[in-house]
Design a protein around this ligand. Structure first.
Ligand code: NAD
Ligand code: IPM
Ligand code: MN
Length: 354
């Protein structure tokens, strides 16, 4: 049976990189015979500004029950400063589908892109497991006496036993399957005593279920320091929603920029459930419409999507092709080339086809 992939191009550079990603998917359909159906969804700032639609229930239902995967470009447009519509779409997918594991590989694909002194690509190779359905992202809170000198603003940080345990288990399962002997958990338990004491306790407990894999704790501020100083000890990092967001932008810088970072949002414990795939980058409004955006993050994301759907080896194949393209400088300006989005994508597609 064919697999339905919902495409949400979104805003800014989203449509440009998703268009190129679609060409890659089309190549897999037409030349490799992969049984994929593409379903283009008109969602994002333009649609919201046109008719107020954000993330309709009929679309959410069809994605949940009929789609195998969602590929999303980026959401965020300066014409809509509140970004409520963006949260509706993004969190509608992540929370609505209970995609609790945001898996963000941090792998550098060319030595020259690693910004650290005396380090090369092989030194930057780890995966961040970001909790994706809880934390400070749940939108519980409010404002009181807004606009007065007495105003109060609150965002609650939600950490449940179930939520913490399942993302930590996902990280250990990945480490086990990949042959890694260490998982780092990053928190801020020295300051956030209640919530992160839970993380500490659950982490220690889950680690005992995985003999041969060391569970190491690191404060998230120190993690940022170590990642820049020497990223080599890190293989698998598990952390909460907010810290995972921040640490993976730092990770993207180690990879050569946000144009090089892909990600998957999955419900890790139930195979076959619909998952959502998106580059780590945002809509980069200043680059939009100028043929400047790097399409490689979207291509790496397609690789994760294909592997997830059972087309094993495609993530590695796409990574290798991108590594070669970088070597040949067949890439966009942000990664040291001179090509535009389309030409960089053309060259990469030719390389994959060849
Ligand atoms: P951003 O990721 O859009 O841009 C940060 C920097 O990276 C900029 O210098 C940008 O030019 C560069 N960059 C990003 N993607 C690139 C690419 N493919 N090629 C070359 N350079 C690239 O982050 P921002 O500026 O903080 O956010 C812009 C908007 O995107 C905001 O509305 C934000 O909320 C939203 N956003 C959405 C998502 C998402 O939908 N998943 C993710 C992050 C940010
Ligand atoms: C990301 C983004 C989002 C997040 C924003 C747009 C809400 O930064 O996907 O990394 O914080 O998760
Ligand atoms: Mn982010």
């Amino acid at each position: 049976m064919s697999k339905l992939i919902a495409l949400i191009a979104g805003d800014g550079i989203g449509p440009e990189v998703v268009f190129q990603a679609t060409r890659l998917l089309d190549w897999y359909r037409n030349k490799r015979g992969y049984d994929l159906d593409l379903w283009h969804l008109d969602l994002g700032a333009d649609r919201f500004l046109r008719d107020g639609t954000t993330y309709p229930k009929e679309v959410a239902d069809r994605i949940e029950h009929e789609a195998s995967a969602v590929l999303l470009g980026a959401i965020g447009d300066p014409r809509v400063p509140s970004l409520d519509y963006a949260r509706d779409i993004l969190f509608g997918l992540r929370f609505g589908l209970d995609l609790y594991a945001n898996i963000r590989p941090v792998r550098a694909l060319a030595d020259r892109l690693v910004p650290l002194k005396d380090r090369c690509a092989k030194d930057v190779n780890f995966v961040v497991f970001r909790e994706n359905t809880e934390g400070i992202y749940v939108n519980i809170g409010g404002q009181f006496k807004r606009g007065t000198v007495d105003e109060v603003a609150i965002n609650e940080d939600i950490n449940t036993r179930k939520g913490v345990e399942r993302i930590i288990v996902a990280a250990f399962e990945y480490a086990k399957a990949s042959g890694h002997n260490v998982v780092h958990m990053a928190d801020k338990s020295n300051a956030m005593r209640h919530a992160h004491e839970l993380w500490q306790r659950v982490f220690a407990e889950v680690a005992t279920r995985y003999p041969g894999i060391a569970g190491k704790h690191v404060y998230v501020d120190a993690l940022c320091f170590y990642l820049v100083q020497d990223p080599t000890p890190f293989k698998v990092i598990v952390t909460n929603n907010l810290f995972g967001d921040i640490v993976t932008d730092l990770g993207a810088a180690l990879q050569g920029g946000l144009g090089m970072a892909g990600s998957a949002n999955v419900h890790a414990s139930v195979p076959g459930r619909v998952a959502m795939f998106e580059p780590v980058h945002g809509s980069a409004p200043p680059l939009a419409g100028k043929d400047l955006a790097n399409p490689f993050a979207a291509f790496l994301t397609v690789g994760m999507l294909l592997d997830h759907l059972g087309y094993k080896g495609e993530e590695a194949r796409i990574e290798t092709a991108i590594g070669e393209a970088l070597e040949a400088r067949q890439c966009t300006r942000d990664v040291g080339g001179e090509l535009g989005t389309r030409a960089a994508a053309d060259a990469l597609l030719a390389r994959i086809a060849g």
